[in-house]
Design a protein around this ligand. Sequence first.
Ligand SMILES: NC(=O)C1=CN([C@@H]2O[C@H](COP(=O)(O)OP(=O)(O)OC[C@H]3O[C@@H](n4cnc5c(N)ncnc54)[C@H](OP(=O)(O)O)[C@@H]3O)[C@@H](O)[C@H]2O)C=CC1
Ligand SMILES: O=C(CO)[C@H](O)[C@H](O)COP(=O)(O)O
Length: 522
Amino acid sequence: MGPDAAKYFKRIGIVGAGNMGTMMSFGFAEQGVDVSLWDISGTNVNRALQMAKDARKEEKTVIGKIDCFCDIHEFTESLNDSNPAVYIFSITHGDPADSILKMIKDDLRAGDIILDGGNEHYRNTERRQRELEKKGVHWVGMGVSGGYQSARRGPSMSPGGTKDAVEKVLPLLEKFAAKDRRNSKPCVAYIGPYGAGHYVKMVHNGIENGMLSTISEAWSMMHKSLGMPFDEISRVFERWNSKGELRSTFLVQIGSEICLKKKTPEGDQRGEGAGRFGFVLDDVLDKVVQDVDNTEGTLYWTVSESAFRHVAAPTIATGHFIRVASGNRDQRLRVAEKLNIPGPHKANDVRDKEALLEDLQRAVYASFLCSFCQGLELIARASKDEGWDINLGTCIRIWRAGCIIQAEHILDLFETVFSSSSGQSQPIMNMKLIDEISSDLHKNFQPLKKIVLKAMEWDNCVPSMSASLEYIKYEGGTMLPTQFMEAEMDYFGAHAYDKPNVKNEDPGEPNKGAHHYEWKPA
Ligand SMILES: NC(=O)C1=CN([C@@H]2O[C@H](COP(=O)(O)OP(=O)(O)OC[C@H]3O[C@@H](n4cnc5c(N)ncnc54)[C@H](OP(=O)(O)O)[C@@H]3O)[C@@H](O)[C@H]2O)C=CC1
Ligand SMILES: O=C(CO)[C@H](O)[C@H](O)COP(=O)(O)O
């Protein structure tokens, strides 16, 4: 990275001095860009100011100036010399973003570019784009992935909106973005018009969650049934991350680090994790509350979108539902008393632990792959419906570094396919029709089945792995139980069915059925 990004834009404005906004301001300053940073809360501004002072003292690389503002109009004025002015929003989606936009709307000039780096619903993005178009201001929905560490060191970004506007800021974003370590290519690219960029980020988070649920299920099986201590699990994750199909997979790699983190007498900077014995993980409750207040939405938007667009995404969806249940721990504990069912228990029948761990690795891989198939199919479907023309190969390229779903082997697989199919007139809509993908799902189906069976036997909770297993079974099934479902629906609702071996019906298009049988006259 070179500190020469300032030749594109001398100063930019960042709205929101939260985890992401503050770190991005340091990241851009490291590129030599001066940053104006504003936040609604004086406390946030003061904290950012202090951090900026410390960073300039301690990290000599933060060379651009970071100026913090409490007054929003002084903030916008600080960008008066920039033509166009470039803003990055990094705040909570929905009403907060609307209210800030309202506050600065009169200060914006034709040509200005706002990159919304929050996780926003793509329809909100499109609404703001329409609203600002009249003023000649460009609103770009830009997914930013990688959490606050990457926001500081270089995230993966998916900007979408007016192509000209994105191309204007792309050189700056390319400097800031994470780089693919194989070829140093920046993990940012124009994704498509309108809400395409935020859509891709939303699905990225959906895939992320299918993977998160899967890796947590594997951790639970190792810990609770195989009785493996955290440091041993860490070594397993490290091995998985070092070679084979799970190599260089971010969530596996950080899993290894998490399992090693021991408490220390002083804890972290804020004293969290202080203790004489045990692991920091011991202090973490099984309660995901991240989205209870609706300040985060990407996962449930992905689940709603997959239902709305008729794309089966069970690995992702079950990962959402277990989060919902987990967050409601109080209810869970009360229900548990009533249900009185066994929880995960020790396995006494494992004769070959290494073989089982190998199956587990392959099961995790299969489930990760299912999560990717589901997410990419959703993007492909939405792109077709909305006329966005998203290149899936571009999505794979920007997910190579900086983001949460980095997974080298899976991205290699898709990259090979998408680069060889780039000339095809019809985009790939069903990832399981790709030879490389179906072959890997086939190879890992039995290990996945073995692991799900073992999980059932040991009363482990494996929603995403079992959903992946069923997904493979029904997405490639020739004899589904829906034969009976169709008959029942025709019985009570005259919903009509298609017949076997009839032209245009079997297999036929997914159109409404052609036949109704009068099972019972009304
Ligand atoms: N954390 C992560 O890993 C990632 C987060 N994102 C997205 O980036 C954005 C920022 O996230 P993050 O920095 O983690 O979150 P934080 O909670 O740290 O920051 C959110 C910011 O939004 C501000 N905000 C909230 N409500 C309002 C409001 N009504 N009016 C004005 N400002 C408001 C907050 O101010 P205040 O503190 O005063 O409420 C704060 O500055 C979000 O859209 C998030 O989804 C994207 C990628 C990764
Ligand atoms: O965007 C992210 C990573 O990519 C953030 O971690 C975000 O907080 C995820 O939130 P959710 O899945 O609840 O929407």
